[in-house]
Design a binder for this molecule. Structure first.
Ligand code: PRX
Length: 663
């Protein structure tokens, strides 16, 4: 957020209470009902969660235990219960009117539309699961997915879950190196991918990247690569290892009994960036996760039988897990799955699709909104006004703070001042929404995610863990464990404890890693951004250390690098890299050429989303005499501020001028 935007958040005093019509129609209607649920959770915490677990989850073996804190912070929920996540998404609807309802409306990049009912989806998932089973995939195995946004992507995730295999989805924009690291870390037995993905009219290779990843070595655990032939274009096949979907599915029955797993069984591992080291494999449970995926669909989105829900997130992110692959299905909703990009064939695509499919609940990221504002200002034909958006009833935002200007535009032009906006705060580690308005209850304040969901004990504390009063900024924490929380970092319990349950806070309080402040009047939460070395670029999480490691891995060129974020109007934050080369500081065209080389390098090491926007060269980095990099100064330089801080402890003040220039 720019400092202007932060300022306007702090003084924001516009309030939008739900209209009477919205309130009347909603499942949780009015603040009194919200408060009653909060009180229920407070009075009998375990009883509250047990009720929700019974209401939301179909248990093949009912649980008798609720919360087990004996090995905190490795909490267990419903630990003696058994279930299957796929049965909870699909089988539960068989024999009900939902069986023949449309589960997915798929719109391909080129506009072609395919629909599947719940019955058809169950058949496809079962057939796919049988195919995997025939190739030896079984309960407890890990399977890596590198898939485009397609029905097949959802089917593959569900099929893994059906067998009790733990999936690990890698976003299709990540590099071969990122794929390889995740295969090795999670110990995957198979990869499910596509020959190509279609984005914005372009065919992009996925299978070739998987080949490259496996060729890097350390991937001996991989027995098969299953390939969805998304396009007719040829791709390289390795005999014995690579199996196209057509072969995988041939002759397989559409009947596959779901394998019951323990409530704590890892449904998936999803990698995300932390402040140090390599990305961490966030391990989620099955029982608690499925509970919250369905419950938040019903609370935050108030999903009803007649709704057409659309979450624009890719299945490679947590939002695409909870609000594409599991939540909408568990809730029996009709949902839109979109393969393409918001700007193809033009920047009105989202609005045109809302009209075409009569979408009622639309959930996207501030970054997308900001870029579409810009596009619609330049071309009236792609403005939301050019489409019929009268079907919409609820809007959602996720992934980063939404600045009040973007909020107002979304509210006015997309929601036509009729639709509440749920600004949902949560994280990969949380499994589902944590702090969010309820559409039929919470008066909205632009730029604020308002109040925690019932049962979520979010608070703001100082460094010593003491509660802070409204108006005082501090660290966002969650005081009690909740069912959909992260269970572990795959293979690294020590890092799990250190990252999320630091000793300084007593070892049992969940540390979110975000700064937050509550408003004086309503106690509403506003997230002020990460307090660690994690950046949020277009809603994508990235560790500064990760990018630094990638830069210094270019050993022929780079001696040292430091990465910081700076505010950016479009992407929220932008990546700014300060680089010391193993050669004299370049200028002019040479500097531009090296900057390009480094950007391409980072794209290869991590993925294009990690490319630094600014690259600056210097003979050194600003360091104290003891050799510590002064990141505070780098952040000021990145913002283009004149340095007013005390630089007397700097070893080499002259390099500040050098580092002020962008390439
Ligand atoms: O900084 C917060 C920001 O995104 C981070 C989590 O990123 P990730 O794990 O990738 O999950 C994103 C989607 C759930 C948080 O630590 N963030 C997410 N939602 C919001 C937000 N910041 C402000 N407001 C939000 N609604």
């Amino acid at each position: 957020m720019s400092s202007n935007a932060i300022q306007s958040v702090l003084v924001e005093n516009r309030v939008f209470p739900p209209s009477e019509a919205v309130q009347k129609a909603a499942r949780i209607s009015g603040m009194a009902n919200y408060q009653a649920l909060c009180a229920e959770a407070e009075n009998d915490y375990e009883g509250f969660w047990a009720r929700l677990a019974r209401e939301n989850v179909v248990w093949s073996k009912p649980f008798t235990q609720i919360l087990d804190e004996s090995n905190a912070p490795f909490y267990k929920w419903f630990a003696d219960g058994e279930l299957n996540a796929s049965a909870n998404s699909l089988d539960r609807h068989m024999g009900t009117p939902t069986e023949n309802k449309t589960a997915i409306i798929f719109e391909a990049d080129d506009g072609q539309v395919t629909k599947v009912t719940y019955r058809e989806l169950l058949d496809r998932v079962s057939q796919f699961a049988n195919g995997l089973k025939a190739r030896g995939v079984k309960k407890g195995d890990r399977v890596l997915l590198y898939m485009p946004m397609t029905i097949e992507g959802v089917v593959a995730m569900q099929a893994c879950a059906r067998l009790g295999a733990t999936h690990s989805v890698v976003f299709g924009g990540f590099s071969a190196k990122a794929v390889q690291e995740r295969i090795v870390d999670v110990g995957a037995v198979a990869v499910i991918t596509a020959n190509y993905q279609m984005r914005g009219g372009k065919e992009l290779p996925l299978k070739a990247i998987v080949d490259e990843a496996i060729a890097m070595g350390g991937c001996e655990s991989i027995k098969n690569v299953f390939v969805y032939e998304r396009t007719a274009s040829p791709y390289a096949k390795e005999a014995g290892r690579d199996v196209p979907f057509s072969e995988l599915l041939a002759g397989q029955s559409t009947d596959c009994p779901p394998v019951p797993v323990n409530a704590e069984h890892p449904l998936f591992v999803l990698y995300t960036s932390g402040s140090t080291g390599k990305p961490k494999g966030v391990q989620h449970s099955t029982g608690g996760y499925m509970l919250w995926a369905r419950q938040t669909m019903r609370w935050s989105f108030d999903v009803q039988d007649s709704d057409v829900f659309w979450c624009t997130a890719d299945i490679g992110w947590i939002t695409g897990h909870t609000y594409v692959a599991y939540g909408p299905l568990a809730a029996g909703a009709t949902q839109i799955v979109f393969e393409g990009v918001p700007t193809y064939p033009n920047a009105g695509r989202f609005w045109q699709m809302i009209e075409r499919h009569k979408c009622t609940i639309f959930y996207t990221a501030p970054t997308a909104i900001r870029s579409l504002i810009k596009a619609s200002e330049a071309d009236a034909a792609v403005h939301p006004n050019a489409s019929d958006l009268s079907s919409l009833r609820i809007l959602g935002s996720v992934g980063e703070p939404i600045n009040p200007e973007a909020w107002m535009w979304y509210y006015k032009h997309v929601g036509q001042e009729r639709c509440p906006i749920v600004d949902t705060f949560w994280q990969t580690e949380n499994g589902g929404h944590m702090i969010t308005p309820l559409p039929g209850a919470t008066p909205l304040v632009p730029g604020s995610c308002t109040l925690p969901l019932p049962g979520i004990t979010a608070a703001i504390v100082d460094e010593a863990g003491h509660d802070l009063p409204n108006g005082a900024g501090g660290m966002l924490v969650v005081k009690r464990p909740w069912p959909s929380m992260i269970r572990n970092i795959w293979g690294d319990p020590e890092r799990f404890k250190k990252s999320y349950f630091p000793e300084e806070l007593g070892g049992k309080t969940y540390l979110a890693g975000d700064g937050a402040v509550r408003s004086e009047d309503r106690g509403y939460f506003r997230i002020t951004g990460r307090i660690d070395d994690v950046l949020n670029v277009s809603g994508h999480r990235m560790g500064t250390m990760e990018i630094e490691s990638a830069l210094v891995a270019k050993t022929d060129l780079v001696a040292e690098a430091a990465v910081v974020g700076r505010p950016d109007d479009l992407t929220g934050e932008a990546i700014c890299a300060f680089v010391v080369l193993k050669r004299p500081v370049p200028t002019g065209d040479e500097a531009k050429a090296i900057a390009k080389e480094l950007r391409d390098w980072v794209a290869k090491e991590i993925g294009p989303i990690a490319k630094p926007k600014d690259i600056r060269f210097g003979e050194n980095l600003p360091k104290t005499r003891s050799g510590k990099i002064m990141r505070r100064l780098l952040r000021s330089l990145a913002k283009g501020e004149t340095i007013t801080q005390d630089t007397s402890t700097l070893e080499n003040p002259a390099i500040l001028d050098q580092l002020a220039n962008t390439n």
